[in-house]
Ligand binder design. Structure first.
Ligand code: FAD
Length: 454
């Protein structure tokens, strides 16, 4: 009897518990990926993410083919597509690794119930997080709202399991299960083709992900503590798109990092990834709703399209913000320090709602992550879990002098005329932001604004 493995955010063959379980049955295995943009509540992928997905699926198909297997691609609502493929393949067992977003969990629970009702084996596995969200709780049984006690609880829990080996051979699927043609999914930009910078910077796929992990741990991680906040130094791991797409599991990164003696600060960043996902698990509408409800009263002014455009294009006249936004546009990535500064500038100096920024990042980041992106936007905006206090407004010019002292990062991504005048006065807009915050705290709409109803 055939087994079916349904891959989602886990585009790898090593340390893949669902694939491992299917192969262990010693029967033909169908490896399926479904491009699902139709199930209720599922957030359609952004453009840069679609670009990455195309590359990662191409690499995965090659990896499977080299071991005698095939990748089956289908498109449509998973609740229809998965049972269809199960039927076509005559599969008796279906395996997948868990997802933690609200709509995704509903889709998966519905499919599991239906398959089981039909007498099939349907099993899900823990693969994408170091700790399942329901296992990390405060003494009172509630989810953690603050990072440090959360991370201490993770560190006190049983350690993450050891990674599983990759299957040496893939039992081929039955020939009657056909696949879509990946090119027909149109995941790559055509006219215009804006992806040249992405192609130059990234090689999606599991083999390149392992290369990057090795290079980071062997050569770069020693300088992580010292230089991780300096965008010009390129001292961070660049593993975020790999983890987003599951080309690497956090377990692989965790154990390799410990074996290589990587700094605890790096492991702690993996902890922030966990915290973002656990937060999403408990607050599935993280991308659309303030975690702290008092921010529903924040008096956002009418959004200025001109200000938003300038921010998106990297022409605000604020050097570090513009450099970051241009790095993002050209490569699908932005350094974490610059993400924080660019986000703070949008939310606090331009007084544009964090949801606009979150949506832009969702469309342009190759690592656009359903948990980390809204989590971090809310963190910057002050409305999130363990967020930066609202009144701590980054000064992007001071941040530039501190973290890009010789101007190398800004020069690398410099906008055309360096003399572009700032579109806002940093000091005056900071005061306006603090006044808006103050009026929110006093429960009154600000003079400039109307009540936000998000
Ligand atoms: P490293 O410093 O090498 O960190 C290792 C890993 O830890 C990262 O790959 C990532 O998986 C995780 N990590 C590090 N910092 C964070 C963090 N603050 N929150 C959650 N996980 C973290 N990260 C995403 O993966 N996807 C996003 O969509 C995303 N959106 C962001 C939006 C804003 C406004 C901000 C301020 C940050 C965002 N981040 C996001 C977090 C962070 O900027 C990136 O994870 C990091 O820059 C990736 O670079 P790296 O892999 O070299 O990081």
């Amino acid at each position: 009897m055939t087994s079916l493995v349904w891959l989602r955010d886990d585009l790898r063959i090593a340390d893949n518990p669902a694939l491992h379980a299917a192969v262990a049955r010693g029967e033909p295995v169908v490896v399926l990926f479904v491009l699902d943009e139709q199930s209720p509540g599922i957030r359609p992928l952004g453009s840069a993410a679609r670009w990455w997905l195309h590359g990662s699926l191409t690499a995965l198909a090659a990896t499977l083919a080299a071991r005698g297997g095939t990748l089956v691609l289908r498109r449509g609502p998973a609740a229809i597509v998965v049972p269809d493929v199960v039927h076509e393949a005559g599969a008796s067992a279906v395996f997948w690794n868990r997802r933690y977003g609200g709509p995704e969990r509903e889709v998966d629970a519905g499919i599991k119930a239906r398959l089981r009702a039909d007498g099939l084996e349907a099993m899900s596995f823990a693969a994408s997080l170091l700790h399942e969200p329901w296992t990390v709780r405060t003494g009172a049984g509630t989810p953690y709202a603050v990072f440090t006690p959360f991370w201490n609880a993770c560190l006190a829990a049983p350690p993450p399991r050891r990674p599983l080996p990759e299957p040496a051979e893939m039992p081929a699927p039955p020939p009657e299960v056909g696949s879509d043609d990946l090119d027909a999914w149109d995941l790559l930009p055509q006219r215009p083709d804006w992806a040249a910078g992405l192609r130059k910077r990234w090689s999606p796929g599991e083999p390149a992900a392992h290369d990057r992990l090795r290079t980071f741990l062997d050569e770069d991680s020693a300088g992580y503590d010292r230089a991780r906040d300096e965008p010009a130094a390129e001292a961070t791991s660049l593993l975020s798109p790999r983890l987003r797409w599951g080309e690497l599991s956090p377990h692989q990164v965790w154990h390799a990092a410990i074996a290589a003696g990587a700094p605890a600060t790096f492991l702690r960043e993996l902890g922030w990834r966990e915290f973002a996902w656990h937060t999403l698990f408990h607050a599935p509408d993280l991308a659309t709703r303030n975690l702290r409800p008092e921010f529903d009263r924040f008096p956002w002014p009418e959004p200025s399209a001109a200000a938003r455009d300038a921010w998106q294009r990297g022409s605000t006249g604020i050097a570090l913000v513009d450099a970051g936004m241009r790095e993002l546009w050209h490569t699908g990535f932005m350094h974490n320090r610059v993400r924080m500064v660019a986000a703070s500038f949008l939310v606090k100096n331009l007084l544009v709602h964090w949801r606009h920024g979150e949506t832009w990042f969702w469309d342009t980041l190759v690592d656009a992550d359903p948990a980390a992106n809204p989590f971090n936007w809310q963190w910057v905006a002050g409305s999130g879990a363990d967020a930066a206090p609202y009144f701590r407004v980054f000064n992007p010019d001071l941040q530039r002098t501190k973290f890009d002292p010789d101007g190398a990062y800004v020069a690398r991504w410099a906008a055309a005329p360096a003399s572009l005048p700032p579109i806002v006065d940093l000091r005056a807009t900071r005061q306006a932001a603090l006044a808006a915050y103050d009026s929110m705290r006093r429960g009154m709409p600000g003079a400039a604004g109307r009540l936000q109803s998000a």
